[in-house]
Design a protein around this ligand. Structure first.
Ligand code: PBG
Length: 323
């Protein structure tokens, strides 16, 4: 391996050779587009902290989904902003909840689309926490009940995949059980297994109107210092029946994605979250970086680290560039 016998630049001389030896291929099949459903009709509220993303009423959401599918992105992840909220998130545990109605409407109009339902309570509770509050903290086991009910109603309205993002202990098992008892044994679960208490969720909380009204999420989301613990979370979720495990956020946790891929024989998803998206958009708007180029570099790095699936607000833009 000594210069001048070895010259690594030999395989970089032109684009064809570079493509020939390229180790990582980002494809449109890898991408999932998150969307926000809003009450009413003909509503299209621009989310200022996430340029190019909107809160959409169901009618416009269906039109948006047609464009997404045309771009080659076949999977979407839905979040809801409900008409009303309550203490426990019961508004999301009915088949006429806002996301449930959106799923019915999309499925009626679009055949080849994979709809992933995010399971959590933070968008649906008055206090903005991910579950039922007892003594100023989210009560784990009581929250499992609303999560399971919510998951069942999503299965009943035709969701294709269930994605719990709450970080309660035992939620994958609780959801798997209620699905199986109700004959949804074929429904896959993509678990947000290693979800960190991250500052990168700021813009999302504007979009989903889900910021906690008191305290923070540190008693249920993971400490950013830890990656051994992430492996334990993932192991536990696989044991409880998760079909896909997720690491979230992506960019500051590429080491966790890498470990997950190498330590477990299971598809790994990574969530390139709102703050990661918005940083690129902000720098691009200042002309400090080439936004499209940085977007592709970031997505490729997440794939290279080991993600099989990338949930990203860049999905449609990246798919259009990949055409
Ligand atoms: C919580 C949830 C969060 C995101 C998706 N679901 C984070 C949170 O508020 O704790 C963040 C996604 C993003 O930032 O893009 N159920």
């Amino acid at each position: 391996m000594n210069f001048p016998t070895t010259r690594l630049r030999r395989l970089r001389y032109n684009g064809i050779i570079r493509d020939l030896v390229s180790e990582t291929q980002l494809t449109r099949n890898d991408l999932v587009m998150p969307l926000f459903v809003y009450p009413g009709t003909n509503v299209r509220n621009h989310i200022k902290s996430m340029p190019g993303n909107y809160q959409l009423s169901i009618d416009l959401l269906v039109e948006e989904c047609k464009k997404i599918v045309d771009s080659g992105v076949k999977s979407i992840l839905l979040f809801g902003i409900p008409e009303t909220k309550d203490e426990h998130g019961h508004v999301a545990c009915t088949t006429d909840g806002i996301v449930q109605r959106a799923i019915v409407a999309i499925k009626k109009e679009i055949k080849d689309i994979n709809i992933i339902a995010d399971i959590c309570n933070c968008e649906y509770t008055t206090h903005g926490h991910c579950g039922t509050i007892i003594d100023n903290d989210v009560h784990n086991d009581l929250t499992l009940e609303t999560l399971a009910k919510q998951a069942l109603t999503f299965a009943q309205v035709g969701a294709d995949m269930i994605a719990p993002s709450d970080m309660m202990d035992g939620r994958v098992a609780a959801i798997r059980q209620i699905l199986d008892v109700n004959k949804f044994e074929k429904m896959p679960i993509m678990s947000y297994s290693a979800k960190y208490a991250s500052g990168f969720y700021g813009p999302f909380r504007d979009a989903a109107e889900s910021a906690p009204k008191f305290g923070n999420r540190n008693t249920y989301q993971m400490n950013p210092c830890n990656s051994d613990e992430a492996m334990r979370e993932i192991e536990q979720d696989i044991y409880e029946g998760a079909d896909i495990v997720m690491v979230k956020p992506a960019l500051s946790y590429l080491d966790v994605i890498y470990r997950a891929k190498h330590e477990f024989n299971i598809p790994v998803a990574a969530y390139n979250v709102s703050g990661e998206f918005s940083m690129i958009k902000a720098a691009e708007s200042m002309n400090w970086i080439d936004g499209a180029r940085v977007m592709m570099e970031v997505l490729t790095s997440i794939k290279r680290a080991g993600a099989d699936i990338i949930l990203t607000y860049h999905a449609v833009d990246a798919a259009n560039l990949l055409k």
